[in-house]
Ligand binder design. Structure first.
Ligand SMILES: Nc1ncnc2c1ncn2[C@@H]1O[C@H](COP(=O)(O)OS(=O)(=O)O)[C@@H](OP(=O)(O)O)[C@H]1O
Length: 307
């Protein structure tokens, strides 16, 4: 579909969208802002594993890999609930009928150890207890252009996000950090800086696409787990984009139906590196690159925009 048509579709949505506030100068949903004190005081446990990402960087994929490892390749066990319920989303809470708990905090507090939790928080806003408890953290980063494209489509399909209005406007907001969870640039750089001071495994979406087996092995080593070749192959197969797209526990076709409209854009959309080329005009690409160079001049972090 042409990009101008895509914008039309998002504008036609009639159900009100989420409202936006700020915590420490970073945009968050009003819901997150109103529960921020509780999030900040969250009590991490020493055996908690935190999966942290800038949103749309490959969180769900990593969560599925981790769960498959923790369940020793038992697919049925991994299909016990949606990703959201297996790995509470620390700061997220959204009110949508049915009134069952959609609060990540409540789900996390009720969960027995060892817990795997998810967050999109920039490193400086991670609750201090995670550092005090020296928890293991897996951070996944994705190149800015594909991350932006994926985030744009997610804004179109999810009422948990503000209206993206047009592709052009959304790109501008992304570049200036005026999107939920703030600046992509500060996020990836902040976590990159923190990685050597804490127990952080820093992974890249592009590496996971290129050589998933190798990246799964990195996760295994980090988690101090071992699986045999048969289980490893099972993990590889079941965490492929194709299988996860068909799996209702990972693709959210059974939960959050009032929030996400998969007919606009599926949650498991394309799962590729380089889709940005189908979205950026030549002029947009030049402008983006110029700005990118300035914002990324003070880091050793390098991303691959294509494979
Ligand atoms: N297995 C696998 N392989 C490759 N790519 C995958 C996989 N699972 C999810 N995805 C893609 O990851 C994007 C969603 O990112 P997140 O899971 O971080 O989204 S969220 O922030 O938790 O909502 C989204 O990217 P786009 O397709 O580019 O939109 C998903 O399709």
């Amino acid at each position: 579909m042409a990009l101008d048509k895509m914008a039309d579709v998002s504008l036609k949505q009639t159900v009100p969208r989420v409202e936006v506030g700020e915590v420490e100068g970073i945009p968050f949903t009003k819901q997150i802002c109103s529960t921020w004190d509780q999030v900040w005081k969250f009590k991490a446990r020493p055996d908690d594993l935190l999966i942290a990402t800038y949103t749309k960087a490959g969180t769900t994929w990593t969560q599925e890999i981790v769960d498959m490892i923790q369940q020793n390749g038992d697919v049925e066990k991994c299909r016990r609930a949606t990703t959201y319920r297996r790995h509470p989303f620390l700061e997220w809470s959204i009110q949508e009928p049915p009134a069952e708990s959609y609060s990540g905090l409540e789900l996390a507090e009720a969960m027995p150890s060892p817990r795997t939790l998810k967050t999109h928080l920039p490193v400086q806003l991670v609750p201090p207890s995670f550092w005090e408890q020296n928890c293991k953290i897996i951070y996944v980063a994705r190149n800015a252009k594909d991350n932006l494209v994926s985030y744009y489509h997610f804004h179109r399909m999810s009422k948990g996000m503000p209206d993206p209005v047009t592709w052009e406007e959304f790109m501008e907001k992304f570049m200036t950090g005026k999107v939920l969870w703030g600046s992509w640039y500060d996020h990836v750089k902040g976590w990159w800086k923190a990685k050597d001071k804490h127990r952080i495994l820093y992974l890249f979406y592009e590496d996971m696409k290129e050589n998933p087996k190798q990246e799964i092995q990195k996760i295994l080593k980090f988690l101090e787990k071992d699986v045999n070749e048969e289980v490893l192959n099972k993990i590889l197969h079941n965490t492929s984009f194709e299988i996860m797209k068909e799996n209702p526990m990972t693709n959210y076709t059974t939960e959050f139906r009032g929030i996400m409209d998969h007919s606009i854009s599926p949650f498991m959309r394309k799962g590729v590196v380089g889709d940005w080329k189908n979205h950026f005009t030549v002029a947009q690409n030049e402008k983006f690159d110029e700005d990118y160079k300035k914002k990324m001049a003070d880091t050793s972090l390098v991303f691959r925009m294509e494979l």
